[in-house]
Ligand binder design. Structure first.
Ligand SMILES: *[C@@H]1O[C@H](CO)[C@@H](O)[C@H](O)[C@H]1NC(C)=O
Ligand SMILES: *[C@@H]1O[C@H](CO)[C@@H](O)[C@H](O)[C@H]1NC(C)=O
Ligand SMILES: *[C@@H]1O[C@H](CO)[C@@H](O)[C@H](O)[C@H]1NC(C)=O
Ligand SMILES: *[C@@H]1O[C@H](CO)[C@@H](O)[C@H](O)[C@H]1NC(C)=O
Ligand SMILES: *[C@@H]1O[C@H](CO)[C@@H](O)[C@H](O)[C@H]1NC(C)=O
Ligand SMILES: *[C@@H]1O[C@H](CO)[C@@H](O)[C@H](O)[C@H]1NC(C)=O
Ligand SMILES: [Fe+2]
Length: 500
């Protein structure tokens, strides 16, 4: 510890020099279009998962003590969710779900660590992942608790303890988190970290360590959380989704304990920094009775009810002068569907004089040049893009890492969960042309294939700074950066909608 803090000023100084040499002034969206840049593909190496023997993924609590503690935002900064798990999961043959009412769901909180005088109660649940096939094992979770704290002061540090005060040794240690700044055009959080396709590999630990060094106030996790579906139910891992599966069983296996490993590894981050999650393809996780997304829907708290969506797959929330919208790539996004209707209503409610910024996030990118996911989300883009433009959404963020490569056959069938293939004509539309890694489309300014995290800093009503931090760089070194400048007076696509 002491050695690290001695070293850090040196690292910071070295980082500053590197940045100064590369570019004195970050590029700005005002000065485009810039010359497209493709950084040559580096050696991505082989991402190795943390094994179940790693102390960071093992159960560290006893009895009914809480673990995997996480904080999420509600729709407003005056409210927040605290989630945790009590009791251990079971994996094997005759698994018997725990009774969620065995352990209460209580959070004690306050503005000083030694006076947690406020108390909130919530609800609990368990979920199971069942495979009715010879030779496969079943899973049932520990008891998952979600408690919503209300009446919080914005921009304030709260200390809390969660658990069941009626059971001995069933309350957690004291943790603390900071509520988001009050909703309004003049207040913004310091740093918002954006990650996706996180997983639980040694590269994940590098990404998370770099991210924590940047001290974010909020983390957005845009899908593909722990990749439990790269495992057989007997705990054997595979190198890729299709490698060793689906030979003998009609549905794809998962090893759900990976979720618990992930929750434990992430607890130091998630118990102190609010994290908002939206689903990716690796969260689908089919099981008995065509059930999907059981783990994702059960483990995380979402401001779904608070934002009127009633779905864990899409929701919105306000942070200072930013209205965030999280969208579902893997739920119905057709114009006739519920998600679209909710999005229309949600956008119509936004008052840009209160939240000048509208930022949308989801998993599957509409504009990508990666081979495996090339135009995979085209159906979603076709349905939703115009609506987002018409309301002047400022920024979108997506995820979905994969191999870079040459263009695949446009007629090849992607994941059926993506709603079919809508990119039948490669000569029209904004994503037209024959490109992929071998040719950079005009919508792409900068391509770089490292692992890393993004940091978004919204400065005021018009200016935000986006920075890309790569794992192979020193802490605080910036791999790429751009000023995002809103020009609301120029971007009134639909003049009947005031998007200033
Ligand atoms: C992933 O981590 C390994 C070492 O654990 C490293 O060799 C490799 O370069 C990393 N990959 C990327 C893309 O950073
Ligand atoms: C897992 O659960 C399913 C559904 O209840 C059942 O059909 C199957 O036999 C169980 N597997 C084992 C190994 O007990
Ligand atoms: C898990 O199942 C696979 C496929 O049947 C097998 O190859 C592997 O050896 C098994 N692993 C263990 C730990 O039983
Ligand atoms: C599950 O999905 C398959 C394929 O889409 C379908 O044939 C089957 O009827 C479904 N089963 C249930 C229980 O809904
Ligand atoms: C594909 O796009 C081109 C250029 O916009 C257009 O001329 C052509 O008719 C389109 N083909 C189909 C099948 O839509
Ligand atoms: C907004 O922030 C940018 C970058 O920090 C600054 O250049 C600009 O003057 C600010 N604008 C206002 C209206 O404060
Ligand atoms: Fe993905």
């Amino acid at each position: 510890m002491r050695r690290a803090s001695l070293l850090s000023p040196l690292l910071a100084a070295a980082a500053a020099v590197v940045v100064a040499v590369v570019s004195a002034e970050p590029a700005s969206t005002l000065s485009g279009p810039s010359r497209p840049v493709t950084v040559p593909l580096g050696d991505r190496g082989h991402a190795v998962d943390l094994p179940d023997t790693d102390p960071r993924v093992q159960r560290r609590v006893k009895g009914w003590a809480p673990e995997q503690i996480a904080v999420a935002l509600s729709a407003e900064p005056t409210s927040a969710w605290v989630s945790w798990i009590t009791g251990d999961f079971q994996m094997g043959g005759a698994v018997k779900p725990l009774d969620p009412s065995t352990v209460g769901s209580v959070v004690r909180y306050g503005r000083a660590a030694d006076s947690l005088l406020q108390e909130a109660a919530g609800e609990s649940l368990v979920y199971s992942q069942l495979y009715p096939f010879e030779g496969l094992q079943n899973y049932t979770s520990g008891i998952i608790h979600h408690v919503r704290l209300q009446g919080l002061e914005p921009g304030t540090k709260y200390y809390y303890q969660c658990g069941d005060p009626a059971i001995p040794d069933a309350m957690s240690d004291v943790h603390a988190f900071q509520t988001m700044p009050a909703v309004g055009p003049k207040s913004y959080p310091g740093k918002i970290a954006v990650v996706g396709d996180l997983g639980l590999t040694y590269n994940t630990t590098s990404t998370v360590e770099h991210m924590v060094r940047n001290q974010p106030d909020l983390v957005l996790l845009l899908g593909d959380v722990c990749y439990a579906n790269l495992y057989l139910t007997n705990g054997t891992g595979a190198d890729c989704y299709s490698c060793t599966f689906a030979k003998s069983t009609p549905i794809h296996e998962t090893y759900q304990p990976r979720w618990d490993y992930w929750g434990r590894y992430m607890e130091p981050v998630t118990s102190t920094i609010p994290m908002m999650v939206v689903e990716g393809n690796h969260e689908i996780e089919e099981q008995i009775h065509n059930k999907t997304f059981a783990s994702y829907s059960s483990r995380f708290a979402f401001p779904s009810e608070e934002s009127g969506s009633l779905s864990p797959f899409y929701y919105s929330f306000d942070v200072g002068g930013i209205h965030f919208i999280m969208l579902a790539s893997y739920a119905d996004y057709k114009k006739s569907g519920e998600q679209y209707r909710w999005l229309e209503k949600d956008l119509a409610k936004v008052d840009r004089s209160v939240t000048p910024w509208v930022i949308a996030g989801w998993h599957a990118p509409w504009y990508t040049t990666y081979k495996a996911h090339y135009r995979e989300a085209e159906c979603m883009r076709v349905e939703m893009e115009e609506l987002l433009y018409s309301y002047g959404v400022d920024k979108m963020a997506t995820s979905h890492a994969d191999e870079a490569g040459h263009c695949p056959d446009p007629a090849s069938t992607p994941d059926p969960f993506m709603g079919g293939f809508c990119a039948s004509n490669l000569t029209s539309g904004p994503a037209a042309g024959s490109f992929c890694w071998d040719r950079q489309p005009e919508y792409s300014a900068y391509r770089e294939s490292s692992f890393g995290h993004g940091i978004l800093e919204v400065k005021n009503e018009t200016h935000a700074l986006w920075r890309w931090h790569r794992n192979q760089d020193l802490y605080n070194t910036v791999g790429d950066e751009v000023h995002i400048v809103r020009e609301p007076h120029k971007c009134l696509i639909d003049s009947t909608r005031l998007a200033y």
